[in-house]
Design a protein around this ligand. Structure first.
Ligand code: NDP
Length: 285
């Protein structure tokens, strides 16, 4: 494996079956005054989190809910969302559940309409849903490429199109786009995926300039390798063998990335966290 390979543990993840009850109880009882005043910056806000049914989206939803955010969980797998919603509610948070394929603009529009009518105006959109397939370009896995572009690019523009007019009208909002360290440099085996994350970066940079005077912030989160299910869907075995094998060093947990998102959305109004590169210490880009 070359040192420019994006190291990844393809197999053998052990997912922590954590109890939000315990975490929430501990967190609530140890909140410092500082933390309380930071929570006040997001408490009672409404956040729509796409791809909330696993991994980084799930961890982010739980972490925002602990800070008092009303979290709207969106994804296709409703059973998973139901469990996560129940865990959040049992810990004293507020969560709502929506069936959403982010590539379907009409569905996205009706989810946003439902939220705005029944929960409240969306203050924070977390465009997190994404797919990643290791592919060798020479193997021409066009359907994987198309799917990656549809979810990672069109899913993000669909989300922005649904919430931005309302944010502009209300003169407030925060859009958090899930990029990647692959949005800062291309990785072999992830050429198309890297391309989609470069798209997210370019889109976010342009958008940020356009909306800054509407009091809207745009943040790109750029994680490195993180232990989620995303690697399980690769079907190009050549690419998986060559690029998706175990590296050395501990990779990120979804909660590590959720912490970066929480940091970005908890800043006072004059502060914009435009991008956060969060990497496993031993695997810098
Ligand atoms: P997961 O596979 O755990 O989560 C992906 C989420 O996206 C799931 O909730 C899935 O829900 C959702 N999703 C996929 N396709 C669609 C769709 N068409 N419509 C709606 N939701 C969809 O992976 P991660 O948590 O790792 O991925 C989250 C984001 O983080 C992605 O954007 C990814 O690119 C990014 N990222 C991940 C890194 C990593 O190393 N894990 C590193 C850098 C960035 P469902 O199937 O239920 O619809």
């Amino acid at each position: 494996m070359t040192n420019c390979t994006r190291l990844f543990l393809t197999f053998g993840y052990f997912f922590r079956n954590y109890s939000l009850n315990c975490t929430a109880a501990t967190n609530y009882s140890t909140l410092s005054r500082n933390m309380s005043s930071m929570n006040a910056l997001v408490s009672n806000k409404v956040a729509l989190i796409t791809g909330a049914s696993s991994g980084i989206g799930e961890a982010t939803a739980k972490s925002l809910a602990q800070s008092g955010v009303k979290v709207c969980l969106a994804a296709r797998r409703q059973g998973r969302l139901q469990t996560i919603k129940n865990q959040i509610m049992a810990a004293g948070g507020l969560a709502y559940q929506y069936a959403l394929d982010v590539t379907d603009l009409t569905q996205f529009q009706s989810v946003v309409e439902d939220i705005e009518n029944n929960v409240g105006p969306i203050d924070i959109l977390i465009n997190n849903a994404g797919v990643m397939y290791y592919t060798h370009m020479k193997n021409v896995m066009v359907s994987d490429w198309d799917r990656t572009i549809d979810v990672n690019c069109r899913g993000v523009t669909n989300g922005i199109s649904c919430v931005l007019p309302g944010m502009v009208r209300r003169n407030t909002g925060h859009i958090v786009n899930m990029s990647s360290d692959a949005g800062r440099r291309g990785f072999p085996g992830l050429a198309v995926y890297s391309g989609t994350k470069f798209f997210v970066e370019g889109l976010s940079q342009g958008l940020r300039h356009e909306v800054k005077d509407h009091n809207i912030r745009v943040t790109c989160i750029q994680p490195g390798d993180c232990a989620t299910e995303i690697v399980n869907y690769t079907i190009d075995n050549d690419a998986a063998r060559e690029y998706g094998t175990a590296g050395t060093g501990k990779i990120l947990n979804p909660e590590d990335v959720a912490n970066a998102i929480l940091y970005a959305v908890m800043q006072p109004g004059h502060v914009a966290v435009n991008e956060v590169l969060v990497e496993p210490r031993q695997i810098p880009i």
